[in-house]
Ligand binder design. Structure first.
Ligand SMILES: C[S@@+](CC[C@H](N)C(=O)[O-])C[C@H]1O[C@@H](n2cnc3c(N)ncnc32)[C@H](O)[C@@H]1O
Length: 278
């Protein structure tokens, strides 16, 4: 807990808005995407998708991966509790939707589906095909029912442990234009996925790593990623580390506040976290 508060204060101190950014590529991303105030009709679909999960009191038996959950004591969980605790926040789902809308990636990979709160934000468009990986069969089943209910048909769900799936998947001929990493937030796993997925990049590929400041280990991971020779531009938005491989860019790291509701979103996030840990 102390760690995240310290790292958040450091972020506030070091971060800037669009005015501190001299790279036209990043300036445009911040102005035209992060700070885009358009009320997209898809936002109400994202809200409906979330609300329908929040109303669902059915229970499922989840398969836990790795260190187990800091939130749940048992593996029998209600759908609404999973949606409340394990998924992307409403503001970030909108931002994820805008990022997809801005870059228009044809092929998207999500690592960590859960109930599809982020999957829906990645898939609510008519230009992307989304592949999403989830280890827990029951969770994936619920996600697929939910995607069907909302007529989201451009998603392929793959069930299984991430590294097994990524190793089994023939990645060589595949290009993913955008990858959202939101599964196993450990240093080794994140760096393993990074290396496994490098063959799938092209010059325009965007990678988004969730929870880069969640723990000291994840901060170390983010530092390693930033220094990787293939990585050109990075944008730290506190919650996310966004990576670009564009060979024409000079190597540069930015720390940027994503929008005006930033404080509310993050301070509330920390408050919730405090409640969960005590
Ligand atoms: C944080 S949740 C994903 C949240 C989702 N992206 C969203 O915003 O709604 C992470 C998911 O990854 C799955 N997971 C974690 N580690 C895994 C692993 N090693 N292999 C397969 N699935 C894993 C968990 O079961 C969980 O559903």
């Amino acid at each position: 807990m102390q760690h995240i508060i310290k790292s958040y204060l450091k972020f506030i101190w070091n971060s800037t808005n669009a005015h501190g950014v001299h790279s036209p590529f990043v300036f445009n991303l911040v102005q035209k995407c992060f700070y885009d105030k358009t009320k997209y009709p898809e936002y109400s679909l994202l809200e409906k998708y979330r609300n329908s999960l929040l109303k669902n009191k059915n229970t499922i038996e989840v398969t836990d991966f790795g260190a187990g959950s800091r939130i749940f004591k048992s593996n029998t969980r209600t759908i609404n509790a999973i949606a409340k605790n394990a998924g992307i926040s409403p503001e970030r789902a909108k931002l994820l939707f805008r990022i997809v809308n801005y870059f228009q990636p044809k092929s998207i990979l999500e690592i960590g589906t859960s109930l599809g709160l982020a999957t829906s934000a990645l898939a609510l468009n008519d230009f992307s095909a989304v592949t999403t990986l989830e280890g827990c069969p029951e969770t994936m089943k619920q996600c697929q029912l939910q995607l069907q209910k909302f007529n989201i048909n451009n998603v392929t769900g793959i069930t299984g442990e991430f590294s097994k799936q990524l190793t089994a998947y023939n990645l060589k001929p595949t290009t993913f234009n955008l990858i959202y990493f939101d599964g196993n937030h450990s240093k080794q796993a994140t760096l393993d996925y990074f290396e496994l997925l490098l063959p799938t990049i092209d010059n325009e590929t965007v990678w988004i790593f969730d929870d880069i400041h969640w723990s000291e280990e994840m901060e170390e991971t983010w530092e390693i990623i930033k220094k990787h020779p293939k990585v050109k531009v990075t944008v730290d938005t506190f919650q996310w580390g966004i990576v670009f491989f564009r060979s024409e860019q000079v190597k540069e790291n930015f720390i940027i506040r994503t929008d005006k509701s930033f404080f509310l979103d993050n301070v509330l996030g920390i408050k919730n976290l405090w409640g969960l840990l005590h």
